[in-house]
Design a protein around this ligand. Structure first.
Ligand code: FES
Ligand code: FE2
Length: 413
């Protein structure tokens, strides 16, 4: 059994297949077929069995802090457009964004404040912020109209650590907290509430959503495609291989702990930015100060089934959502969260982080699209996963279990 501990920051023992040795009975060890990435029928089943059943992250509470604040969102994977708002009683509510007269889209703006009412632009029906129909125009000329039968169609909504989740099932079989399970405990002390300044990117990729998502669930590729970017801040062993500290599966979710490179040398600009606020690259190796005596936090990559990932770093975090648009098209939403900048230096550091994040995801995207194109060629029939790609295997197993009807609280996990 080979053991390498040449990174003084970790005491990890890097035995071959250390993760699959732990999880092979649950996940299997064989190659994974590519059909789930290219078959349109498979996506249809994913939409029905996964996206219309699981709790899905759709935003943050900072987006709707005041009564009347709302946002709308197209959820192609769920065949609906949703309206999420802070009601006048300050409760969070979510609805299908559909007027109950003849089905017009009720709210057309992506964000805003509706005051106390929402009015349909088609024939003027109005609803209060609880979704109750309060005005049907020219009501006496309906043969019979019962306002209580025209309530907006509600959607289950809940929050965890300020993240807003919805569930399209009329009566979800699990609460959000039950759905998240013990992985949520691992982030209990993370200061999400302090990191409220957000910048975002929305990327339309010509790749299946699972190609985009699983590509983020492994560090095996980091020494290669990201060698010159954040790869510099991540520990590789003497042979240049990526070695995570640990991979843990928590039911339907998982976490990868990444080992920082204690010998990280920030570039000149990283040094300037890092003096004010951790950026994107240097945050992997704490704050880029080059001070070897400081305690290092461990970057954690948290993947919440099916399509929500958090990369929790020291001083900032990233949130990813992967939304299938078609079998070979995905909207990858990327949001980075920082403390609100107070000084010019902090603003500079934030801009630096914005550019660094863009550059790093730009390294990934062409590869996702190349993989999708290769799968169509017929030149590859299976993927062969490395031990550091155990989380990709986990995700593929979960998806397949759901599609085959084994997923969820009553199924095997
Ligand atoms: S469809 Fe909304 S008022 Fe007619
Ligand atoms: Fe990557």
């Amino acid at each position: 059994m080979a053991i390498e501990t040449d990174n003084p920051g970790t005491a990890a023992a890097y035995a071959p297949n250390r993760f699959l040795n732990r999880y092979h009975e649950q996940l299997g060890t064989g190659p994974v077929p590519i059909a789930p990435f290219i078959a349109p029928d498979y996506l249809l089943r994913e939409r029905e069995t996964i996206f219309k059943h699981c709790w899905l992250n759709v935003g943050r509470i900072e987006q709707i802090q005041n009564p009347g604040d709302f946002f709308t969102k197209e959820l192609e994977a769920c065949d609906t457009n949703i309206l999420v708002l802070r009601a006048t009683d300050r409760r969070l509510r979510a609805f299908h964004n559909v007027c109950q007269h003849r089905g017009n889209r009720l709210v057309w703006e992506p964000t805003g404040n509706c005051g106390t009412h929402l009015s349909c632009r088609y024939h003027g029906w109005s609803y209060d912020s609880s979704g109750a129909l309060v005005l049907a125009t020219d009501a006496e000329n309906f043969w019979s109209l019962r306002p209580d039968e025209h309530h907006l169609a509600q959607i289950a909504v809940d929050t965890w650590q300020g993240f807003i989740f919805i569930n399209l099932q009329p009566k979800p079989r699990e609460s959000l907290r039950e759905y998240l399970g013990p992985i949520a405990d691992r982030l209990e002390d993370y200061p999400f509430e302090q990191l409220t300044t957000c910048f975002s990117y929305s990327v339309r990729e010509r790749a299946n959503w699972k190609i985009a998502a699983t590509s983020q669930e492994e560090g095996y590729h980091v020494p290669y495609i990201h060698k010159q970017s954040h790869g510099r801040a991540i520990y590789f062993d003497k042979r240049g291989n990526y070695r995570s500290i640990d991979i843990e599966l928590f039911g339907r979710h998982h976490r990868i702990l990444t080992s920082p490179n204690l010998n990280f040398q920030p570039s000149a600009v990283e040094k300037i930015a890092g003096a004010h606020m951790p950026g994107f690259v240097d945050a992997f190796a704490e704050n880029g100060s080059g001070d070897q005596t400081r305690n290092r936090s461990i970057p954690g990559y948290y993947s919440f089934f099916p399509n929500f990932h958090l990369l929790a770093l020291q001083g900032n975090y990233l949130a990813y959502n992967f939304w299938p648009l078609s079998v070979d098209e995905t909207r990858w939403e990327i949001r980075a969260f920082y403390p609100p900048p107070k000084t010019i230096g902090e603003k500079f550091a934030l801009e630096y982080g914005r550019c660094a994040a863009r550059d790093i995801v730009s390294e990934d995207i062409p590869l996702h699209e190349a993989i999708q194109s290769s799968m169509r060629s017929g030149a590859i029939s299976h993927f062969t996963f490395h031990d550091e790609e155990t989380c990709c295997r986990h995700t593929m197993k979960l998806v397949d279990d759901y599609v085959k009807g084994f997923g969820g609280p009553a199924g095997r996990q």
